[in-house]
Design a protein around this ligand. Structure first.
Ligand code: HEC
Length: 160
């Protein structure tokens, strides 16, 4: 192949890989919750997960003010899970390993009246997808344990 053609081909390939890398970074992985603030953390012994529970601004303000009975409409709480991992240099420390997903509770008292005012969902990459009726029933059944706490397990870590 003549040198000029090889050069052209090489630059085309480079341009193509750069475009692909950009797309991968843009479409990647995490939803808005990566910028949200902490409501709580948990370590589920039976599931071997560590978790961060974070909230959007509405949820964070409600948590800090102690106005969570009920949580106001517009609150979104995200439960972020990682597989537990033993810290390589300190075996007594359990730290986040592989990311295992993000689940959501979205407060809208009218829209989700049938399930305590909460919609249950999960993030697929950047997109928050609300669960169908069957999946929601499973979520709601367990969260009903916390009915007297507006169906929420997490006690906000920071209060004014
Ligand atoms: C077997 C019981 C159980 C089921 C089923 C369940 N959860 Fe939970 N959920 C919990 C517990 C316990 C917590 C407290 C924190 C933790 O688990 O790390 C929690 C916490 C949460 C939180 C953080 C707010 C809070 O209540 O503390 C969200 C969001 C959440 N779950 C979403 C869901 C969704 C969505 C589903 C259904 C796909 C679901 N949960 C199903 C037990 C359950």
């Amino acid at each position: 192949m003549p040198a000029r053609q090889t050069l052209l081909l090489t630059s085309l390939i480079l341009a193509f890989s750069a475009a692909q890398a950009e797309t991968a970074a843009e479409t990647a992985e995490y939803g808005d919750y990566i910028d949200w603030r902490v409501l709580g953390v948990s370590h589920r012994l039976e599931k071997k997960y560590v978790r961060a529970i974070v909230g959007n601004n509405t949820a964070i303000h409600a948590g800090r003010e102690g106005k969570t009975l009920p949580w106001p409409d517009g609150s979104i709480i995200a439960k972020l899970s990682w597989k537990e991992k033993v810290h390589p240099r300190w075996p007594a420390a359990i730290v986040p390993g592989e990311f295992a997903g993000a689940e959501a509770m979205v407060k809208d008292a009218k829209k989700y009246a049938a399930t305590g005012g909460w919609g249950f969902g999960h993030w697929e990459g950047k997109t928050l997808v609300m669960n169908d009726e069957n999946a929601t029933a499973t979520c709601f059944a367990c969260h009903t344990t916390m009915k007297d706490n507006d169906y929420v397990f997490t006690e906000p870590a920071f209060k004014k």
